[in-house]
Design a protein around this ligand. Sequence first.
Ligand code: AMP
Ligand code: MG
Length: 452
Amino acid sequence: MNDLSLHLESSYIDLPDVFFSRLIPTPVKKPELVILNKNLSKELNLDFSNLDNKKISELFSGNSLPPGSSSIAQAYAGHQFGHFTMLGDGRAVLIGEHLSKKKDRYDIQFKGSGKTAFSRNGDGRAALGPMLREYIISEAMHYLNIPTTRSLAVVKTGEDVIRETPLQGAVLTRIALSHIRVGTFQYIAARDKKDELEILLNYVIQRHYPNIQNSKNKAIDLLKVVMEKQIDLVVNWMRVGFIHGVMNTDNMSISGETIDYGPCAFIDTYDPKTVFSSIDQMGRYAYCNQPVITKWNLSRFAECLIPLIDKDQNKSIELATEIINSFEKKYEEKWLNMMRDKLGLFGIEDKDKFLILDLLTWMHHKKLDYTNTFCHLMNSEIEKNENFKDHDFQIWKKRWQERLKINNNSPKKYIQLMKSVNPMVIPRNHKVEEVLNEANKNNIEPLNKILE
Ligand code: AMP
Ligand code: MG
């Protein structure tokens, strides 16, 4: 397997034993490769050309582990829909950390690889549809310039998993900067041992944020930098109309990548209250609530750090609160700038916010497609829509065109800016569903086509 140029290390197993549990993936009956991510392989400096499909299937099902792997399930906790639970990888195994030629470190994790010490009542397995859905959406996110875990391969197991009906089983290989979550901090903080928390803090800083290694107050600086990362991430989600669907604290990565694709989707018709997850009855994770929940999750993260911020607890709380309270202002600033880019606007003008909000309100009122409306503004007629002749829209358009004239702008410049942030193509939910249906009938042509 060394001809793969797979350089596996395991820094996580040097952490105290309570952080993980060792195990090997449960072998599967009849592994069969469904898809391998060639572009990602190249980026990671992995070469599979010496392996036939059978060997690749054995590898990515977990049936034969590569040299250098030391497989573990990671412990973590999480607020699930607001309720605190001790969790951990119930159906995932981290086989190690791959070092690319540039010495970048990536977790390699199998999802759907069998029961672990943290499985609770689950079977440890995953179904083909959801694993391919994660593959498609994570690829889309990556190419829309949004930080995300990636998908390297999907292998069918040749075994059924029992959900409402029997479904084909599969294992997804997930690549991440790390799988450390807000929930990882919650798990350790709940144990009430300051030395363990300090070890986690130092590990995270060394691995993800080495520039704050020598700072005076590492815990405070980590809170600040994770907040920046999460604001950037959620602003990006809002840019493309992405709804994560399950923003539990165990699904918020400390590295700032989008992680854990479940009932996620892109909005079609613009409605800020849109929810895709059938279990999210209250709309906790609705499109417009994503920044609110990001702040809520960051507050849970801040709570974990309290013992490390200052010896005086009141002082710690005061410092952390000050940072958390700056969330709204920072978010609004970044969101407005992102929306200015979507409209091709340079510089900052007082009336920009109204211009932006008026367009969104109109889009909502007219039930228009979020992505296609921006395509229309870029002169890309994706759909002929009579609504764009609407009187209110024409008035808005005049205001927009006046604003476009400011700050040395030109059609060439603004179209270029708009094209750099507005997607022409998104994986629309009904298309993704069609592809998954076909894949379940062993036809993967539509999968390859949508990815293209
Ligand atoms: P998720 O909703 O995917 O973020 O998962 C929440 C928790 O449930 C995590 O601890 C998962 O590992 C666990 N989990 C989800 N599905 C299964 C399963 N089929 N078997 C065991 N654990 C699972
Ligand atoms: Mg999760």
